[in-house]
Design a protein around this ligand. Structure first.
Ligand code: SF4
Length: 248
């Protein structure tokens, strides 16, 4: 991901070398020295202990502590700041100014990569923000298939897994759609703590005359789980498809 036009923390070797200690009043050029006074403060402040004067090293975390401390040394010595600075290898080798350097840094390839990265981050944040605050899984109870119960109602039993993905206590109500005159037993008001998951058994019943109209077989239905908020008003709901069986 690096090339000679990548902006990195760099030591200006041409300006700094040959390094050597001297007093503040001594002119570096008259001593045949560069601007680096070899105080080693840039090494001492580096959290990973590297010497940036040896060039880019993989341990560099880009904290820029060496830039700040070297600027303070240059201020005390009365020399221009920027002996260690953000620069590209090409700009240092060719002595480019900021305009030429930024002209190379902001190449079409870099702009395209930046745009793609921003789009990916945007999609990720949007999906994170718009994800439902809870998840639902519907499983038919295989131990209790369709059966006839009181007053001839046809009953199917399901296990609903509710997962509260929020950090607060939430209330949920479980219902069904696509089944005319159906009644849901259980799941009227399920309370889950923060990040809690629980299996909730529910029984869905349809009246005998409706079951007779439907005939025997499997019929599609939708389990609707509503998250209840203030005043028990549904705010968010999640829908999961399932089937309802009517026996012969
Ligand atoms: S802080 Fe600056 S002057 Fe001191 S050794 Fe590092 S590069 Fe040289």
């Amino acid at each position: 991901m690096f090339d000679r036009d990548t902006l990195i923390i760099s030591y200006d070797t041409k300006r700094g070398e040959p390094r050597g200690s001297r007093s503040r009043k001594t002119d570096a050029q008259s001593k045949g020295q560069g601007d680096c006074i070899d105080c080693t403060l840039c090494v001492q402040v580096c959290p990973t202990g590297i010497d940036i004067r040896k060039g880019l090293q993989y341990e560099c975390i880009g904290c820029a502590a060496c830039i700040d401390v070297c600027d303070s040394v240059m201020d005390k010595m009365g020399a221009p700041r920027g002996l260690i600075r953000y620069a590209t290898l090409n700009s240092l080798d060719n002595g480019w100014g900021r305009k030429e350097m930024w002209g190379r840094v902001a190449r079409p390839r870099v702009l395209i990569y930046t745009t793609i990265l921003l789009i990916v981050v945007g999609v990720f944040l949007t999906s994170l923000y718009s994800r439902p605050p809870f998840r639902v899984d519907v499983v038919r109870d295989r131990g209790a298939l369709a059966r006839i119960v009181d007053d001839g109602f046809v009953e199917n039993v399901y296990r609903i897994q509710l997962m509260n993905a929020s950090e607060s206590v939430q209330k949920y109500r479980v219902g069904v759609e696509q089944l005319s005159q159906s009644i849901v037993k259980g799941g009227d008001e399920v309370v889950l703590g923060p990040a809690e998951a629980r299996w909730v058994p529910i029984a869905v019943r349809v009246p005998p005359e409706v079951a007779a109209r439907m005939g025997s077989g499997a019929f599609g239905m939708t389990v609707v789980v509503e998250q209840l908020r203030q005043g028990d008003q549904p705010q968010v709901d999640v829908r999961e498809k399932s089937t309802f069986m009517v026996p012969r």
